[in-house]
Structures are given as structure tokens and as C-alpha cells.
Design a protein around this ligand. Structure first.
Ligand code: ATP
Length: 534
């Protein structure tokens, strides 16, 4: 992971936000290469899920044909949205404060192990990543027992690594930044939504939130979309946009950020077909990652156990990736696919439903009135063919663009041995990004800066720029230029050499196979288009 993080910074994929001021935790900026990688991921999603979807053809595994449309909603919405969505009451994590370090941690994310010296055992907790965990625990355990390096073998680090929420109490716990035991408070609830105020007065009534998910904008526009387009159930609405969560322990690079982007679909269908649609979307989304070059061994589909599900849901599955910062065998969520029943549309219509009731009824306050008022708008759907009126059920594939980028970066990072110009084997770092995702599609090199080569190369570069993001480089040995492009994930390098001047052909070198083919100058655009689109 350290190598990936350092390559991301060195080559301009990702920077820490406000770095010159020491950075701000949980916020990340995308550099010149990163911004294109992320755009390409979002565009691939938009193309494959929304605008490239053919509503006239029934896809394999789908119960019928269906339509897809897009939407772009605001980040700040009416505060009532978050009350009826459940985020206002339920969107919280348990956190503990450290009385000594004054830091705050998420209860289920602080890990640790037992450390024993002579006949005393304490529990040392840490936020270190899996690879450094044991070393950090040992180092802090020794410090606690005031031992020197030469006495390292006098302590034992035992037991399994577990999170502190699994302990009976935290009296014997050394907090991640503490020097004394038992400094962690009891866990408390903490709402993850960022609060903000509307207008200049800033009274309690003006309080609202930065959206913690893009989904709610889709639900509250359900009627608008139905009334303004000709879509019929089953259909989906997709949206890509920023979401904000005040995560207590943002970490693992961009995996848990406070500002991030989501790519979400709310798919509306007949209740009695919802199980089939759920299965369709679950498999479709898994295959999408595989089609963009994710290795099948790095990805798992984890179906939630029935007891983890709300009773109105027939299923939720997470697509998880083996992020290298996790211990071997562990996976982190990339995307969740949830069957949400009619919970969201009914809550926005009638008032927040109580998910614990069966069938669900509106949650009441102490006066027997709805705890949160609904919009009162009719969000039912009338099927013109059957004249049947119903509230559609919803399947929600919800993906994170930043987690997607991180997973594809991790998957792409490869070190191999390749011969240099003199035939000696050298370690090469290559980002094997799928050509659709690669920030730069091709680099153009004149072999030398003379004999008419730069002129041809610059003309070709200008022509290619009309179609793709390409890069021109005439500096240094050609081998060095290849290496730089390999690190940036550029799939093709085009070299203009002595033969080009006489026969109007160029070489195209493939980043992964290193195979070089000779192509006519006039055919370069077509050849690249075919290669990139596969
Ligand atoms: P987690 O359990 O990891 O906090 P979640 O189950 O709360 O995630 P969802 O609410 O299902 O996540 O959000 C859908 C997707 O949005 C996630 O699969 C993930 O890709 C992305 N996402 C959620 N929270 C974050 C975050 N803090 N930083 C980056 N991406 C996130």
C-alpha cells in the first residue's frame, strides 16, 4: 500500500487536501492524472448504466426490457428529506473519546491485541494499518511497561486482533494515542451528517445538512421524472455526485473520506418482480467491475445474512475488494446493492415509516402524531396497461467513485522485470489500468529531435488530441519515456522513427505485452479507437 500511496503522490494521482497547511483529514484532491482516471470511471459508469443502455433490448438475466435516465440534484436539500429518509435519527456511528489525547475514534474501528509483561496483561489498541499493527502494538506495549529495545522478548503480544467494541469494557485498554490505561469514554452516538445553516439569520429552523448520499435526491424527484419523461416502470434513475459524511476515523487513504462521490441508481419496479430485479442488478454490477479489468480473485460478493436485513428487504449484497491495507483474507466494501422495498417512496409520501413495524406504519411522536411529516404528495404509480396503482419497489446499486478509483489503482499496480535498452533486466513499475480508465490513452514520441521526426510526431499528436487524451514527449532516451508512461498507466506509446519519414508508418507499443506493431500514420486513430473500446 505504501508504494501505491507514494506513486499516487509522485505521479499526480492524489494529493492530501490543503497539504501546504498540514492537510485536513479525510479530504483528498485528485491531481492531473487522478482527475482523468476518476472522470473516466464515472463516464464508463454513466455510459454503461445510463446513456448507453438500450431500452429496446432485454439484457441477459433481466426479467424484461427497462429504461434508464439520469438526474443531477443539489447537495443541500429540504431538511425534512433527511428526517423522512431516516438519516436524521439513524445515521450515526458509535464513537469513543480519549480523555487523555482528546481524540475521538469510531468504536468499531479501533483494533488491538493483548500485551503481557510478567503477570500483567493489558489491551493495546492502535489505528495502524494491518501490516504495521503488530509492530505498533509491541512498540507501545514496551513503552507502557517502560522496557528498552533489548528487553523486547520479555513481552508477549497475544490473542487475536479484535476491535474494541468486542471487549466487555475499556478499563484495561491503552487508547491509540494514550500513555495511560482506561482513558476511553463509553461509546456515544454521533451523527455523521455535516450540519450547515441556510441564509444569514442562522436560527434552528434554518439548519440543514450536506447530503450524506445522492439517493434521496432521486426519490424526491421520482414524480418529476415520471411526469416529464415517458419512462414507465420498470425504470431506473442514475445520479453521480458528491456526498459528505463526518466520518470519525477517516483513514485507509481515500477509502473512508469525509467528502466523496457516489454513483447511485434507484431502480423502480413492480413489487412482485423485485426479487428478480435484485438478482439482475447484483450480478450486473459485479460483472461491470470485472469488465473493467478487476481480477475475479480480488473481488467478492457478500450477501448479507437474513438477520442483518430490514424485514421489508429481500436482500442486500456488498461487492467487496481485497484492498491491500486490509489483513489478508479481508475485503472492503466497494458497492452495496440493496432491495429497499417501498420504504423510501412511502416515507416521503406519508411520513417517516418505522422499519421495525410489519407492515410498516408511520412512526409517531409522544402525541400520537407522525414524528416527521411526509410531503403528502402522491408517489404511487399507475400502470397504464393494467390500470393497477402501486408504490414501486426499489433496487439500489450504490457505488463509491473514490473507492472505485482506489480499487482500480490497487489492482493496476504491478512490478515486473523487463529488459532495458542494453538487454539487462530491470524492475518496472506499471499501472495496468484498463484502456477505458487510463487517464492518458497514448503517448507520442519522436525517436530523436531531428530528421523531420518531431514535425510528423507533432502533426499526429494534434490529430489524436481531437479524439483522446494524449501526451507528447520528446525528452530523454525512449526507454525512459516508456517507463514514465508505464507508471502513469498509458496503454499505448506511438514512436515516430526513421522509417516513418520514408514509409509513413509508426510503431504502437502495448504497455502490458510490450508487443510493437507497425501501423500506417493514417490508421492510428482507428487502431487506437478499436483497442480502447475493446
Ligand atoms: P461503510 O460501511 O464502509 O461506511 P456504507 O455501507 O455506509 O459504507 P453506503 O451508505 O452503502 O456505504 O454507501 C454506498 C457506497 O458509497 C459505499 O459502497 C462506498 O463505495 C461509498 N462510500 C460510503 N462512505 C464512504 C466514505 N466515507 N468514503 C468514501 N466512499 C464512501
Amino acid at each position: 500500500m505504501d508504494k501505491i500511496v507514494s506513486l499516487c503522490k509522485r505521479r499526480g494521482f492524489l494529493f492530501q487536501s490543503s497539504e501546504i497547511y498540514g492537510g485536513v483529514q479525510g479530504f483528498w484532491d485528485y491531481g492531473p492524472l487522478g482527475v482523468d482516471l476518476k472522470r473516466n470511471l464515472k463516464e464508463a459508469w454513466w455510459q454503461d448504466m445510463i446513456c448507453g443502455h438500450n431500452e429496446l433490448k432485454q439484457p441477459a438475466g433481466a426479467p424484461s426490457t427497462y429504461e434508464m435516465v439520469g438526474l443531477d440534484c443539489t447537495i443541500i436539500m429540504h431538511p425534512q428529506v433527511w428526517k423522512n429518509s431516516g438519516h436524521y435519527d439513524l445515521f450515526h456511528d458509535h464513537m469513543v473519546d480519549c480523555r487523555e489525547s482528546k481524540k475521538r475514534y469510531r468504536f468499531d474501528q479501533v483494533r488491538g491485541r493483548e500485551v503481557t509483561y510478567q503477570d500483567r496483561t493489558i489491551f493495546v489498541s492502535t489505528l495502524a494499518e494491518a501490516e504495521q499493527e503488530e509492530d505498533d502494538i509491541r512498540r507501545r506495549g514496551m513503552k507502557f511497561f517502560k522496557l528498552r529495545n533489548k528487553d523486547a522478548d520479555k513481552i508477549t503480544v497475544g490473542g487475536e486482533s479484535i476491535t474494541i467494541d468486542k471487549l466487555d469494557n475499556t478499563d484495561n485498554v491503552l487508547g491509540p494515542d494514550a500513555k495511560t490505561l482506561g482513558t476511553l469514554t463509553e461509546p456515544r452516538e454521533f451523527n455523521l451528517m455535516f450540519k450547515t445553516t441556510l441564509g444569514a439569520l442562522g436560527g434552528e429552523d434554518d439548519v440543514t445538512f450536506l447530503r450524506p448520499e445522492t439517493a434521496q435526491g432521486i426519490f424526491v424527484n421520482f414524480k418529476n421524472v415520471l411526469d416529464s419523461s415517458r419512462v414507465k416502470v420498470p425504470f431506473g434513475i442514475g445520479q453521480v455526485g458528491k456526498s459528505f459524511r463526518n466520518e470519525i476515523t477517516p483513514r485507509n487513504f481515500t477509502f473512508r473520506s469525509r467528502e466523496f462521490e457516489q454513483m447511485e441508481i434507484e431502480f423502480f419496479c413492480q413489487p412482485d418482480q423485485s426479487q428478480d430485479w435484485y438478482r439482475y442488478w447484483r450480478d450486473r454490477r459485479m460483472n461491470w467491475y470485472l469488465s473493467l479489468g478487476m481480477g475475479s480473485e480480488s473481488l467478492i460478493m457478500r450477501e448479507h445474512d437474513p438477520e442483518e436485513l430490514a424485514h421489508y428487504s429481500v436482500g442486500t449484497a456488498d461487492i467487496e475488494y481485497a484492498f491491500p491495507f486490509l489483513p489478508p483474507g479481508e475485503f472492503g466494501e466497494l458497492e452495496g446493492i440493496a432491495h429497499r422495498g417501498d420504504f423510501d417512496l412511502r416515507s416521503h409520501m406519508e411520513g417517516k415509516l418505522d422499519p421495525a413495524t410489519n407492515p410498516m406504519t408511520v412512526e409517531l411522536n409522544e402525541h400520537g402524531k407522525p414524528k416527521y411529516r411526509g410531503s403528502g404528495k402522491d408517489l404511487t404509480y399507475r400502470d397504464e396497461a393494467t390500470n393497477q396503482k402501486f408504490i414501486p419497489h426499489v433496487i439500489e446499486p450504490s457505488a463509491g467513485a473514490d473507492r472505485g478509483v482506489l480499487a482500480f489503482l490497487c489492482e493496476a499496480y504491478t512490478e515486473d522485470q523487463q529488459p532495458d535498452e542494453k538487454g539487462n533486466l530491470q524492475t518496472r513499475t506499471v499501472m495496468k489500468l484498463h484502456p477505458r480508465l487510463a487517464p492518458v490513452k497514448a503517448a507520442v514520441f519522436p525517436l530523436v529531435k531531428k530528421d523531420g521526426m518531431p514535425e510528423i510526431a507533432q502533426d499526429l499528436y494534434g490529430e489524436l488530441k481531437k479524439h483522446f487524451n494524449v501526451f507528447y514527449d520528446d525528452k530523454g532516451a525512449v526507454g525512459r519515456r516508456y517507463r514514465r508512461q508505464d507508471e502513469a498507466g498509458t496503454p499505448y506509446c506511438i514512436t515516430i522513427d526513421g522509417d516513418t519519414v520514408s514509409d509513413q508508418t509508426v510503431t504502437i507499443r502495448d504497455r502490458d505485452s510490450l508487443e510493437q506493431i507497425r501501423v500506417k500514420l493514417d490508421d492510428v486513430v482507428d487502431t487506437l479507437t478499436k483497442k480502447i473500446d475493446g
